[in-house]
Design a protein around this ligand. Structure first.
Ligand code: HEC
Ligand code: HEC
Length: 383
């Protein structure tokens, strides 16, 4: 054997040994990996994950479908005026039926409910410090806040907290009631100069009353009869001049020729004022023509709901809201001109900062303090 061959042989057998060594090493690593995977239960883990991803996705889809169905159901409820599919108490007309007075519990909660109702009916006497006009909550939320299509409290109670475009945030019920004090009750002109401070007992009592009234009603469902009807603007638009005629024939008999309302012998209001210093201010929802039209259509003349045409309701709403009333408190508070306040806060159907019979209105009329009878209390007539 030549030296060269011998060398080749040795090298060949050397590389064979190496190959075996590599193979052995590889096998060892592989079996270690297999043992490891077996110990961590890899098959179930990885295959199971794929399975669970599928399940999670299915669950998400089911939840989304259920939510969509819920929203469609609650929409359908307000469209059909029917809550017959739900197991909740309804009156003969199919609206939610709040409990009777006799069902007010005889305990501390019941005491709070009763106080809340008294405030609602007569805030001038029972929340005197925070009322700056001659209105009562129940003047715009009829039948002590129980009337369908009159923004009833049984429909509102389950809808809060909720988002409001007016102040661009989630509003609690307290926030919402604070708003009605500030604007509808013109609290800036009240003895305290503003609405009840945060956490005040007045809010707690009103909320007890609303919560109780909604006993048996579902939450977060827009119930039929909630709010005021939303009327489409008629083709002929709305016109204060036409509305004046409606006012004279249908409204003045109770609300007075000048919309000033009517008082009894003790100076208490029997029919509430529609404009002027003792009515709602320029920031109140009712100053919007569309909102007032919806309220009037469904509730006025008192005792004759839905008797006006939609056109008449729009026109008379335009007429009552084309008169001066107390200032929008945001205008002086934020040192805005009426034109600036109009731009910031009145991008809707209203007469704020509009010219009416040669005068731009919206500056506001302030009450003669002597003439504000709010502290004597507003009497809500029986009907
Ligand atoms: C001048 C009329 C007027 C007076 C007075 C008034 N409100 Fe309102 N209230 C409204 C209007 C308008 C709305 C908005 C209704 C709508 O947009 O459908 C409203 C809405 C509400 C809501 C929310 C209703 C809902 O469905 O979301 C609550 C709660 C409320 N008012 C409570 C009160 C309380 C409490 C008082 C008395 C302190 C009061 N209101 C006085 C006109 C009035
Ligand atoms: C039979 C008397 C009567 C007639 C007629 C009548 N109202 Fe009223 N109106 C009332 C009473 C009473 C209230 C307060 C409701 C309550 O407290 O139960 C009221 C409340 C209102 C309110 C909300 C409170 C306020 O002062 O702003 C407006 C707005 C209103 N009426 C507009 C009209 C319009 C517009 C007409 C004519 C289409 C009219 N009313 C006809 C008796 C009447």
């Amino acid at each position: 054997m030549s030296e060269k061959k011998q060398y080749e042989n040795e090298t060949r057998s050397g590389s064979a040994v190496k190959r075996w060594l590599y193979a052995g090493f590889g096998a060892l690593i592989l079996s270690l990996i297999i043992i490891y995977l077996a110990r961590i239960d890899a098959v179930n883990r990885f295959m199971g994950t794929a399975d669970e991803v599928g399940k999670a996705q299915q669950a998400t889809e089911q939840i989304e479908a259920a939510r969509k169905e819920f929203l469609q159901t609650s929409d359908a409820l307000s469209v059909d005026n029917s809550i017959s599919g739900l197991n909740i108490p309804t009156d003969p007309e199919g609206f939610f039926a709040p409990p009777n007075e006799s069902e007010i519990p005889d305990n501390e909660f019941g005491d709070s409910i009763i106080r809340g109702r008294e405030i609602f009916l007569n805030p001038g006497a029972n929340a005197t410090a925070f009322v700056g006009n001659s209105l009562a909550c129940a003047n715009c939320h009829l039948n002590a806040g129980q009337q369908a299509h009159s923004a009833p409290m049984w429909a509102a109670a389950g809808m809060y907290p909720t988002y409001r475009g007016k102040n661009k945030k989630i509003n609690t019920m307290e926030d919402r009631v604070n708003g009605c004090f500030t604007y509808s009750m013109n609290a800036p002109n009240s003895p305290s100069g503003g609405p009840p401070p945060e956490g005040h007992q007045i809010y707690k009592d009103l909320e007890s009353y609303f919560h109780w009234m909604a006993t048996g009603a579902p939450n977060r469902v827009d119930l039929p009869g909630s709010g005021y009807p939303e009327l489409d603007e008629p083709e002929a638009g709305y016109d204060a001049g036409r509305g004046e005629k409606v006012f004279e024939t249908q409204c003045a008999v109770c609300h007075g020729d000048e919309g000033q309302g009517r008082q009894d012998m003790n100076g208490r209001y029997v029919f509430p004022p529609l404009w002027g210093p003792n009515s709602y201010n320029w920031g109140a929802g009712m100053h919007r023509v569309n909102t007032a039209a919806g309220f009037i259509y469904a509730n006025m003349p008192l005792g004759l709901p839905f008797s006006l045409t939609e056109q008449e309701a729009w026109d008379v709403a335009a007429y009552i809201n084309s008169h001066e009333r107390p200032a929008d408190p945001r205008q002086p508070d934020e040192e805005l001109s009426v034109a600036q306040a109009a731009e910031h806060y009145h991008d809707h159907k209203c007469y704020y900062n509009k010219e009416v019979q040669g005068h731009v209105i919206g500056k506001g009329v302030s009450a003669d303090p002597e003439a504000v009878p709010s502290s004597t209390g507003t009497v809500v007539p029986e009907h």
